[in-house]
Design a protein around this ligand. Structure first.
Ligand SMILES: C[S@@+](CC[C@H](N)C(=O)[O-])C[C@H]1O[C@@H](n2cnc3c(N)ncnc32)[C@H](O)[C@@H]1O
Length: 238
């Protein structure tokens, strides 16, 4: 189902991305924590867009363009879900949308068809993607690290570093834990729902793990209060 190549070549020297760029036979079995995420997203895939509609329309949607603006070449949409980022993919980018959940990806594929946007799809675990070293020129992950369990966040960031070229930008658009007492209290109230509905939390440690795996921080800015942040990282020279 996810084997269609991208129709628009990225450059004259590089072939467009296809699912064949991954070697799934090399995958390790996903960690139990990752299997929990997979089960959750397989269950909620049919209603995900409905569950998220209020957030998407009120603030999430308008932040997405920041995650993709200006990216070019081979771009990874890491944890693409139902494809809400597709309208914001730069026109000249060769994007591969990857996700753990086939149910979520099937919806992303339908969205790409509706929008007439050529996209390659790959069902994979971000902690062990099977892509070759230096496959991507850039990567973006929107509202994904709030879901990836703490014990495998470092592995996911190390894997993204490995499959992106030296100098590539990795952008993470995600929740952070507010330091303001009132907002913090509100996020504590919301956490049980966020966790129940999406297996997500406000406290994911991705920023610290990004430093641990050697990613350089180019920019870090809040887009909503001190709760939603866009982190722009760079893959170091090897
Ligand atoms: C909250 S949704 C966000 C989806 C999309 N990025 C968006 O902005 O709408 C989180 C997505 O991350 C995916 N995900 C969670 N853990 C993953 C992993 N280890 N590898 C790949 N995808 C993962 C889930 O399947 C789900 O589709």
């Amino acid at each position: 189902m996810f084997d269609r190549p991208i129709e628009t070549p990225v450059s004259q020297t590089e072939q467009p991305l296809t699912s064949a760029d991954a070697t799934p036979s090399g995958h390790a079995a996903p960690a139990e924590a990752t299997r929990v995420s997979l089960r959750k997203y397989e269950r909620i895939a049919p209603v995900y867009d409905l569950l998220d509609a209020v957030y998407e329309r009120s603030w999430k949607g308008r932040l997405r363009e920041h995650a993709f603006a200006g990216l070019s070449g081979r771009v990874l949409d890491a944890g693409a879900g139902t494809g809400c980022n597709i309208p914001y993919y730069p026109a000249d980018a060769d994007v591969l949308a990857a996700d753990l959940s086939p149910g979520m990806l099937a919806r992303a594929e339908r969205r790409a068809q509706r929008l007439g946007r050529p996209v390659a799809f790959r069902e994979t675990d971000l902690t062990a993607t099977g892509f070759a070293d230096d496959t991507f020129d850039a990567a973006a992950a929107t509202y994904v690290f709030c879901v990836i369990p703490e014990e495998v966040q470092r592995a996911a960031l190390a894997e993204m570093t490995r499959i992106c070229k030296p100098g590539a930008e990795i952008r993470i658009l995600d929740y952070t834990q507010s330091k303001k007492p009132l907002v913090k209290a509100w996020s504590r109230v919301m956490t049980p729902w966020l966790n129940f509905a999406f297996s997500a939390r406000y406290t994911a440690g991705y920023e610290r793990y990004a430093q641990e795996v050697g990613l350089e921080t180019i920019d870090s800015r809040f887009l909503i209060g001190d709760v939603v942040k866009l982190l722009t990282l760079r893959v170091p020279e090897k």
